[in-house]
Design a protein around this ligand. Structure first.
Ligand code: MN
Length: 745
């Protein structure tokens, strides 16, 4: 950092310069000019943090100034928030107390700083219970004064922008947390620009290579894209000019993260992501009541020029999204034969999109006009929070569901309107209306037709709930409840039975262990948990007691110490695990202490690995991975994209270790799926391509054919992901093969 070379005077000048920029931005805004209190807050924070530096070497005060700048210029808040942002770390990091802040700056600013201090420990602590408590606190504080979460968001954004100077394992924890909770929260609050930046930054730290590649490809394809856009835009401009509109039309490229998401979810390379960009038309419109009409006029001009995708008109002008988003989206066939999304909106709508409507909001949720969508949503959250659940992670996931969901609107028989997340079912409606209605629900009537309680609703449906006194709540209902309220209410109803079910499950488990002469120890317990994909004993017992899973006799050998399959799955060539004689549990008897501050090298010494491959996602060299220290102090390697790793990252961030592959001639098990048209000799060609042409060792092959189509899964031993890529390409060449992909779980 350049600051290291600065003299104290130069450094002070730099601080003053940054502060002046903040002030200038504020003076250019529409807020009242309360400069005096901002000046005092700055001087106070500057002296409180004086002498302290960030990890990057910068004077600490640079951080609060940067957060205040985001708060003012990117979120659009006023002097109270700017002061609170300048002071946000004072109580946490210095001798000053909330009382001192209150005496100097008044009650309101002190309350916000207090809220920020309370949630400063990070949302996720070491234990699930602590984490749930922190999260609960965060959301409750947010409901009291939304500015707390907005400033927290700015704080997180600046920390993400400067994440490069943190230790790698800290980077993973912060990036994971950001992706898991802050980005969805930003989305829900309508802070789209911030949400996109948070996602991209998290992605950059979690998958640096993929990030760089996509960035480069976007740049390389820029010219061709621009040409197509011009061809698309020219006739549109002609029409819009005729309408006499004052407008701007531009092509907006998707974020790196969303492009990557698309590539991953559809298993396609960058070149096949056709909706790389959207066209945005922003028009000036002095009278807000004309906005809707103009949107649709533009729409009809465009659809008379280009063929419209039959079911891709999104009207968020008439009914805004719950987070405040308004625009008209239409997808048309572009001049190069690919679909292009066109987003039509007024300047006013655009402003909201960029900054989020939270900023335009009454800050206090409470008396009076809370019927805005965000108000309703916050009330739901408070509702869920006041309904304590046994499991912290479940709480997080329930809330998260509601963060992501887009909405549908349904009607009760009385004509009452209810907003629900997409995919909500009859049962969700029942629970939304009342706990009792939910627990006794047997079916529903949708538009007067009888449907099961798992029936997914469409916007505009009229829904009636049917109940029976003899109905009892079922665990299986969780599968089709999507509302946070429904899930928490069902959970509460089930909680009474839960202990009972766990006991039952434990009995089943103990009987299985005894019947099969398994000598249970931690190692075996972990194998069973890993194979069954449960995080802890309690979850496993509960699932057993509930009949959601069972223990098969066939797996006994796997569980028993020395079971050959388990060793193969973990690492086919090093028969480390289970080699130890009975009673000697720890494989890593010669292992060194793991230093969380350093990047851990995954290697093999004397035929022993210093890591274990997670059985849920089977990473191999070349995959972006993260290490996780389990209860037995073993380092388990997961793919960064593994859903289990996602949960672990959020729940036990402090056990994360940044890892790097350093393997030599090691072989790893990878699984490939192949689909194609069945024909004589195809299997031979496939195996020939693998074993002869590429010299890859094949372990296992499963093939099934049905009505001329075949599906095949095979396990191969490979050095890294490059070999898998080559193999997939080679197999793609075999005549009749239509799809080849690595199996990712
Ligand atoms: Mn901070």
């Amino acid at each position: 950092m350049a600051t290291e070379k600065m003299t104290p005077e130069e450094e002070d000048q730099m601080i003053e310069r940054q502060y002046q920029e903040l002030l200038q931005g504020y003076l250019n805004s529409n807020h009242r000019k309360k400069v005096e209190i901002i000046e005092r807050a700055f001087r106070f924070a500057k002296s409180a943090h004086s002498g302290v530096r960030r990890r990057s070497g910068e004077p600490y005060i640079i951080h609060p100034i940067a957060v205040a700048k985001i708060v003012s210029q990117e979120i659009g808040l006023g002097s109270t928030s700017i002061c609170a942002a300048l002071l946000h770390d004072v109580v946490e990091d210095t001798e000053y107390t909330v009382e001192d802040i209150e005496a100097q700056f008044g009650k309101k600013i002190a309350q916000i700083v207090d809220g920020l201090t309370k949630i400063s420990g990070g949302i996720f602590g070491d234990k699930a219970s602590v984490q749930a408590e922190n999260f609960r606190r965060l959301l409750l504080t947010m409901a009291e004064d939304i500015r707390v979460i907005l400033i927290k968001m700015a704080d997180r954004l600046h920390n993400m922008r400067t994440l490069g100077s943190m230790r790698p394992n800290k980077q993973y924890k912060i990036a994971g947390e950001t992706l898991y909770i802050y980005a969805p929260l930003a989305h829900r609050l309508g802070l789209f620009a911030i949400k996109t930046e948070l996602e991209d930054l998290s992605f950059k730290y979690e998958h640096p290579e993929a990030y760089a590649t996509i960035k480069q490809k976007i740049a390389e394809s820029e010219e061709g894209r621009q040409q197509i856009f011009e061809r698309f835009a020219a006739p549109v401009r002609l029409q819009l000019d005729k309408m006499g509109l004052d407008y701007e039309m531009k092509a907006r490229v998707k974020s790196v993260y969303s492009i990557w998401n698309k590539m991953e979810s559809k298993h396609i390379p960058f070149e096949q992501v056709y909706d790389l960009y959207a066209v945005r038309i922003i028009f000036k419109c002095p009278e807000s009541e004309d906005e809707k009409k103009i949107c649709f006029n533009i729409y009809s001009e465009i659809t008379s020029l280009y063929k419209m995708h039959p079911d891709r008109l999104r009207d968020w002008v008439s009914t805004p999204k719950a987070n405040g988003y308004r625009a008209l989206h239409v997808t048309v066939m572009g001049p190069d034969g690919n679909w292009i999304e066109v987003q039509i909106r007024s300047e006013r709508m655009d402003e909201l999109d960029e900054r989020g409507f939270a900023a335009h909001w009454k800050y206090k949720i409470g008396e009076g006009e809370e019927d805005t969508e965000l108000g309703v949503w916050l009330k739901t959250i408070v509702d869920v929070l006041n309904n304590p659940e046994p499991n912290g992670i479940d709480l997080l996931e329930s809330i998260k569901l509601n963060l992501f969901a887009s909405e549908i609107i349904i009607f009760t028989p009385k004509g009452e309107l209810i907003t629900l997340p997409k995919n909500a079912t009859v049962l969700d409606v029942a629970f939304t209306l009342h706990s009792e209605l939910g627990t006794h629900c047997i079916a529903g009537k949708v538009n007067h037709k009888l449907v099961p309680l798992s029936h997914k609703l469409q916007s505009g449906d009229q829904v009636e709930v049917l109940t029976s006194a003899s109905q009892t709540p079922q665990q299986a209902w969780m599968q089709f409840l999507v509302t946070a309220k429904g899930r928490s209410r069902l959970q509460a109803a089930l909680k009474k039975d839960r202990r009972h079910i766990i006991n039952k499950g434990e009995e089943i488990f103990n009987k299985f262990i005894a019947d099969n002469n398994i000598e249970l120890n931690n190692d075996i317990m972990n194998k069973i948990l890993a194979e069954k994909k449960y995080l802890n004993k309690e979850e496993l017992f509960f699932a057993l007691g509930n009949g959601d899973t069972d223990l098969s006799e066939q797996a006994v050998e796997t569980y028993k110490k020395g079971g050959i399959l388990s060793r193969l799955l973990r690492n086919p060539f090093s028969f480390v695990r289970g080699n130890s004689s009975a009673g000697k549990e720890d494989v890593y008897d010669d292992s060194v202490e793991i230093d969380p501050k350093k990047t851990y090298l995954l290697t093999t010494k004397n035929g022993k690995n210093n890591y274990e491959i997670a059985s849920c996602c089977h990473p191999i060299p070349g995959d972006d991975v993260v290490g996780f220290i389990d209860d037995n102090k073993h380092l388990i390697v997961h793919k960064l994209t593994c859903p289990t790793a996602m949960r672990l990252k959020s729940a036990f961030g402090n056990r994360l270790i940044s890892t790097k592959w350093q393997t030599l001639n090691e072989k790893f098990l990878a699984r490939i799926s192949i689909e194609g048209i069945d024909r004589m000799g195809i299997l031979e060609q496939i195996t020939h391509a693998i074993t002869t042409t590429l010299g890859i060792n094949m372990r296992n092959l499963n093939i099934s054919a049905n009505e001329g189509v075949f599906e095949c899964t095979l396990a191969v031993l490979v050095e890294d992901t490059n070999v898998v890529t080559t193999l997939c390409k080679e197999l793609q060449q075999v005549k009749g093969v239509t799809k080849v992909a690595r199996i990712n779980d």
